[in-house]
Write a protein that binds this ligand. Sequence first.
Ligand code: NAD
Ligand code: ZN
Length: 242
Amino acid sequence: MENQLQQLCKWLKESSHTVILTGAGMSTESGLPDFRSNQGLWHGRDPQEIASIDAIYQRRQDFVDFYRWRIKEIENHQPNEGHEIITTLQRQGYIQHILTQNVDGFHQQAKSFHVVELHGTLREVYCMDCGLSLSSERYLEDRGEICSQCQGFLRPKIVLFGEMLPEEAINKAFKEVQDAELIIVLGSSLQVSPVNMLPLEAKHNEARFVIINLEETYLDNQADMVIHGKIGDTLRQVQKLL
Ligand code: NAD
Ligand code: ZN
């Protein structure tokens, strides 16, 4: 592990364009569950079933209750040490861009910059009829899911299962990884496409590819280095060694 971390520090120093890609595991140390541990936590239901466009039409009350719960969870938690270390490394010039699948806004709250939110944000909701956009606090109010302008349905500004990713974000992400010399994936099982194509695209362009995750991921066999550990601990050690 120590040797791996020293190697990673060397790569960080050598790279003039480092991109990090984060997933739900980035925020578990803040107390937010990832999808895996989430299962059974929410009324014993599979979040993937509720986090879908179908649920808006077929199980609207479940959909609204689920997102009210998730919005409250985000409001009640804070970025963790891992987010803070990433901001510091960014200020020191070791990291150039952050691509995230997370919708919690914690990288921005931790004052990171150049953050691309690939799956949108839970910090805002918008009307499916007139497009009115509001802060998600509004969703927590009584009848908060109804648009005050047109009585349409307000939904979170996130990518649901069965939806395309925001074009601008995914294009920007591909551009960043094409220029990358090092890509580090933190806390993602890399099961969700097209995001899991990003590290492969980087590698294809000769970037080094590092995974930091508690468990095995779908792309471990493609990576130049896999560190099985907690993000907070790992980054703290990296920061010390740099
Ligand atoms: P995932 O749940 O599929 O995978 C998370 C991975 O992180 C797991 O492999 C787990 O072992 C690892 N992990 C958990 N805690 C860790 C820690 N402290 N250190 C290192 N590794 C840790 O999540 P995903 O790959 O991001 O993809 C699933 C979807 O989940 C995404 O679409 C994302 O939008 C959504 N999601 C987001 C949030 C959030 O915004 N915080 C929360 C839950 C789900
Ligand atoms: Zn409206």
